[in-house]
Write a protein that binds this ligand. Sequence first.
Ligand code: ATR
Length: 268
Amino acid sequence: PDRYAVIGNPVAHSKSPEIHALFALETRQNLEYGRLLAPLDGFVDAVRKFIDEGGKGLNVTVPFKFEAFSLANKLTSRAKMAGAVNTLHFKDGIIYGDNTDGAGLVADLTLNAGFSLSNSRILLLGAGGAAYGVMLPLLQQKPDIVHIANLSVEKADEMAKQFSGFGKTRVSSYDELNEPYDIVINATSAGLSNAMPPVSSPVFEKHTLALDMVYANRPTPFMQFAGQCGARTRDGFGMLVEQAAESFFVWRGVKPQTKPVFSHFGRE
Ligand code: ATR
């Protein structure tokens, strides 16, 4: 069977092997998908060894997405714009780098949550790696606006500038947010320390969808707050599954169904 894996540090908690095993079963593709723990200073060596052993592709997770970007010989435009790579594909001696995170988010919002992004007003919280990863695919959906709020407004400005050719963006501090949005996406890393970005209630309305890009077994602080403000909430599990399906497609040319994976994990 063709070999694939998720490479990261840590990587033990990753659900990707289980998700891709389900995809392979469903699409009858003959492949195996494992976990690769790389030392923090040993990403490139680990990738080269995997290629030498005949590996066909890797998903890349924390903290190696930027190193994967540098390592790739050929980048898709969505990876270029993201400045990060989550999917490596090895073929004919070439290392191809792609980024399926944004497409995963868009697929989850439109196909799974039934949300139309065209003409919508999007509030994106954060201007770090996670935010960069989803900007281009979001703008390609032709929203009315992507409003970026970040603690460092300078970083948000820089990000908006990079994507200015692809759609309408606006930038502000958290303090200046005072009107409702159709969708509020938490792309900050605040949740990792059980905190939340300092948004206040006016950004949420009954019809607002509040999506946290991270997932957990219980609602994140951001989801709890948005829920208290009356918004619909969603975590990053759907995005995780959909970005995996996109990566599977990049490697195999077949797009797996994601519904069976949701059921497998006891989601909807
Ligand atoms: P990631 O790859 O997860 O995006 P990152 O590139 O380090 O990680 O970016 C972290 C993002 O979360 C940044 O937008 C950061 O805001 P600043 O750029 O202003 O620092 C944001 N962030 C981290 N902790 C936060 C907190 N407690 N509240 C609000 N934003 C936070």
